[in-house]
Every structure is written in C-alpha cells, then in structure tokens.
Design a protein around this ligand. Structure first.
Ligand SMILES: [Zn+2]
Length: 98
C-alpha cells in the first residue's frame, strides 16, 4: 500500500484527527504490528523528536518530520501541531494506564 496525496486530504478532514500507521512494504513487514504493540514508547519517542527539534513550529525539517518519501507534502508538514498532538496523546495514555 502506498500513501497518496488523496489519502492525506481525506485523513486531514477527519475530526478528531486520525493517527494512521501504515506499512509500505508489499505484503507488510510487521512494523505496524510492532509499533501498535509499543505505541506508548513510540509516541513518547516521536514527541521527544518533534519537541526538541530546533526548526520553526510552523515548518519542519529532516531532523523531525521530513524524509525522502514525504517530499510531496513537505510544505504542509508543521512541527508545532505534531508536537501538540503527540503531547495530548501521551497525556491521554498516562491517564489510561496510570
Ligand atoms: Zn524540525
């Protein structure tokens, strides 16, 4: 499965925002299952990365959100909203699990 610009447009209209895990290896490599099993650790590590990055909150860079595969939407990737979303997710996880 590949993640298209059309998929992105659909997902960004959802309220509340969706967290989507996808594996773009044909047939799947099991990464999504492993991430889902350790979502708390992954969300904390992801928050660490976007919170500590020194690029602007209204933009993004290769140290946080950008990579080769998402270059078609680099101009839309903003570190600040990702940081805030992950902070809220981590807060919710702490609430649920003590
Ligand atoms: Zn950054």
């Amino acid at each position: 499965m590949s993640f298209s610009e059309q998929d992105w447009k659909h997902l960004t209209r959802l309220k509340p925002p969706a967290l989507v895990l996808f594996d773009n290896v044909p047939g799947g490599a099991g990464h999504v299952r492993r991430v889902a099993q350790r979502l708390r650790d992954v969300a904390q590590a992801a928050w660490d990365r976007v919170a500590r990055c020194e690029c602007g909150a209204e933009t993004s860079g290769y140290e946080c959100l950008r990579n080769f595969y998402n270059q078609w939407c680099h101009d839309q990737l903003q570190r600040g909203p990702a940081r805030d979303f992950l902070a809220a997710l981590n807060q919710q996880e702490k609430g649920h699990k003590g």
